[in-house]
Design a protein around this ligand. Sequence first.
Ligand code: ADP
Ligand code: MG
Ligand code: MG
Length: 889
Amino acid sequence: MTKWVYTFGDGTAEGTADMRDLLGGKGANLAEMCNLGLPVPPGLTITTEACNWYLGNARAYPDELAEQVNTALAHIGKVAGRDFADAKRPLLLSVRSGARASMPGMMDTVLNLGLNDESVLALAEGVGDERFAYDSYRRFIQMYSDVVMGLDHEVFEEILEDEKARFGHELDTELTADEWKQVIARYKSVIEEELGQAFPQDPQQQLWGAIGAVFSSWTNARAVTYRQLHDIPSGWGTAVNVQAMVFGNLGDGSATGVAFTRNPSTGENTLYGEFLVNAQGEDVVAGIRTPQNITEAARIEAGSDKPSLEKLMPDAFSEFLGICNRLENHYKDMQDLEFTIENGKLWMLQTRAGKRTARAGLRIAVDLAEAGMITKQEAIGRIDPASLDQLLHPTIDPSVSRDVIGSGLPASPGAATGEIVFTPDEAVEKSEAGKKVILVRVETSPEDIHGMHAAQGIVTSRGGMTSHAAVVARGMGKPCVSGAGNIRVDIRRKLLLTESGPLKEGEIITVDGSSGQVLRGSVPMLHPELSGDFGRLMEWADGSRRMKVRTNAETPADANVARKFGAEGIGLCRTEHMFFEDDRIVAMREMILAGDEEGRRTALAQLLPMQRADFVELFEIMKGLPVTIRLLDPPLHEFLPKTDEEIAEVAEAMKVEEELLRQRLEALHEFNPMLGHRGCRLAVSYPEIAEMQARAIFEAAVEAGAKTGEHVVPEIMIPLVGMMTELEYVKKHIEKVANDIMEEAGQKIDYLIGTMIELPRAAIRADVIAEAAEFFSFGTNDLTQTTFGISRDDASSFLSTYQKKGIIERDPFISLDIAGVGQLIRMAAEKGRAGRPDIKLGICGEHGGDPTSIHFCEELALDYVSCSPFRVPIARLAAAQAALKGEDA
Ligand code: ADP
Ligand code: MG
Ligand code: MG
């Protein structure tokens, strides 16, 4: 018989932390906390397998499930001293979803399940507190109707606002039992009106309704989107946790809260959290009341006059502090905790590895390693390379004056500027139209995720550091200011109301998520310094890394940035990019459009000094590190004059009739330039182009070498080779130039000549090509295009459809198609080494900065990866992780 249900509570559990695949993260950690002897309300976890069964069998439950749940409930009842569906001593339950990975797209928790018109009386009598009982009942009706029955929660919020106004109250906590009864009566009738059915009174019906809703929520649109964004397989399913309720809303001796064992924004090793007295569940996160600080130190720092938990409930606080330390030591990581205090008694409701900013992640990993809790290798493995991107974000220049229009909490660091938008849909629309936007909301909810993704930054007028907006923004690495109490959002009139007047949709603001300020207009930004924890972890990573990391750069600015980020050379210098500037493009066009060799040589002579100066500068910056220069590659149409004005300009420079030039343009027209006269084909047709470039490179190497004293060994790369004979032909011309210059300069020049592998034929014939090539660089952009036969520039319109329809999982231009393109690379690497055992191998496509692709490169034992400057740190870390993984295997 399959075991679908695992119980926990009373100091033991059937599950453990490492059973998260089956029990989900929440269930596995609840079990683990029980095993550690921590105070956890008893409960049961229905497995993810049951979810998959349910979804795969037309939403029917497995046969044995009901019985297993009932047996487990009886056990929970015994531990809790009450019974489910017993109207006299009712056991009330929370029903909570919990997948393997924490997923905000899933069903919200239902609390107080089991209450009905009868048991609410027993609950009131049991604790002698009628207000509490009806407060719990109304919460239950509201959550259940929203989450399980699909009635929008706003309906209930409106009624509640209305009644509060009628009774003259401001806070929910001020309502009396009788007033809650009236609210409940209105809730019930609106349910009947809207749904045509009464609110279910039968606890069994309530329970199975909730369980089914959790399972079904695995396939709701929000969850599906979230999974796509985070690469979570749809086959995982979610577990359901059914747990005895404990009550944080039992008056002033009760509370509920959330905490991080370290600061999730900075990583500082201080307990960090918020709580509310006399509250339940998500009140803290929802921003209904402003929460209080847990520690006295945090209260003082925040300048809050509301007492801390430390002062208010010292016993529960010190027990909680002990548990925090215990859990951190046990899991060896910063934990995110949820707890409730019922009449002074502390209950733990959740623990998990806390979400954190990249900065905090680094600091925590480094601190834990230095404290000896984890090894340096483990610290390296803790950081998601992609998250480093956040640290490379700009911050506001501290020397400029700030026009502050609002301030709130520094919820997620970094700064961003953009136009104000008030709805997630507008955020998406405008950003698709190429605009940068800041999403301004009262508060955010999981329905807003797409808008948060599209926005550069987020501002909310309500909510704390653990509000939805704050948590999600930190996860996304977007600047966020939450709870900016001195601004108001008027959605209807699309206005942001500030103390210094209203701002309209479309006006520019800047969010400073590090200080919690919202500024008018745009502000100068600074680029980050990469020292401290970042530097330390990178040092450790470099110590574990085997592959070198180079950068793709052709401008001095890019080369400098890349050096600062630790690049160990240039893996790809695209020479054509050097010809786009004003004075150069005309000479370039002259060269392309020249009718004969002489015309080309005249134009090339103009380009030579510019090209040489560029290389000298690059060589100087790279101080003897390897620099791979690719000869002219592009489809020439990219350079051809298009407008009448451009044509006239070139005609004049070439001293030819415009008409003649137009004829020449016509003759150069290609139907498929990407597969046309480009790459080494240009050098085969017009060797003088390759000769000019080679001359510029060698002369620059001599000049830069003399200037810096560092020996420069240029690596000349011939693009788009499919046949060894092409390579040999071009190579001969380059060697001739090298010999000429050695003679002229009277000194020996060291250099390498190699090729890109970017055509399937080159991969197939790699052994033969290697005889003429001293290095291969895998040009995976073109190799992906030519292997798939998909033009990258035209792919976006149909590749996204492919992804939606599940035909491909990932865009092969972003993450290397290991099964296809990867196999060509593997073959080329093997054959290349067969043809020339000491051949140098690297990768220089976009994939050189993609962690998954980097792992594959390590598997093939490539010598280096090369990526854009801002991805260099990411590649350094990913290469270290890949090397460490190789050691494990
Ligand atoms: P989420 O995954 O959104 O955090 P949870 O299942 O953790 O959802 O539930 C949210 C909140 O509901 C918890 O933080 C806690 O305050 C409250 N809650 C959940 N289970 C219980 C329970 N057994 N007793 C009291 N409150 C609970
Ligand atoms: Mg939730
Ligand atoms: Mg939770």
